[in-house]
Write a protein that binds this ligand. Sequence first.
Ligand SMILES: [Ca+2]
Ligand SMILES: [Ca+2]
Length: 141
Amino acid sequence: MVKKHFGTAQLICRLLGGNLAEVRTQSEKLFIRQTASTRRVKFWIGANDLSTEGEFRWAGSDRRVTITDWHSGQPDNYEGAEDCVHTDGERTGTWNDEDCDERMHYICEERWISQRVLIQPLSICTILLEPPHGPSSSLIG
Ligand SMILES: [Ca+2]
Ligand SMILES: [Ca+2]
C-alpha cells in the first residue's frame, strides 16, 4: 500500500534523506500545486499544526508556514481532528487540513546543497512521487 499516514510519510521522507515537501517560495507553491493537480492525487506536504492548534509549521524545519495555498474555507480543523495538510489533486491542488491518520500519497523533498537551494529552489529538489498504481517514480523538478 503506497498511501501512508502523515507521520509514516514524513518518516519515509527522512529515510530517503529529505522531508515532506516544504514551501519556501511562490514558485515552489505553484510547482506543488501543479504537481498535485496534474496527477489528480492527494499528497501530504509537510505543513501541520500538531504542536499548537492553528499554528502551522513545516515537519522538516519546524519553521512557521508563511506562504500558503489554502483551498477556500480551509483550514477548518473539521471536528477538531485535522492537523496535517495535503494538496487536493481532485480539486485544484490547493491545500486542506485533514486527519493525520488518513492514508495518502506524499511529496518528499531532498536538498543536498543548501546554498544552491536558495538560488534555484526547485532545480535540485527531488520530488518523489508514488503514483496511484504501480511502482514509485521520481521526477527532478
Ligand atoms: Ca488543526
Ligand atoms: Ca479541512
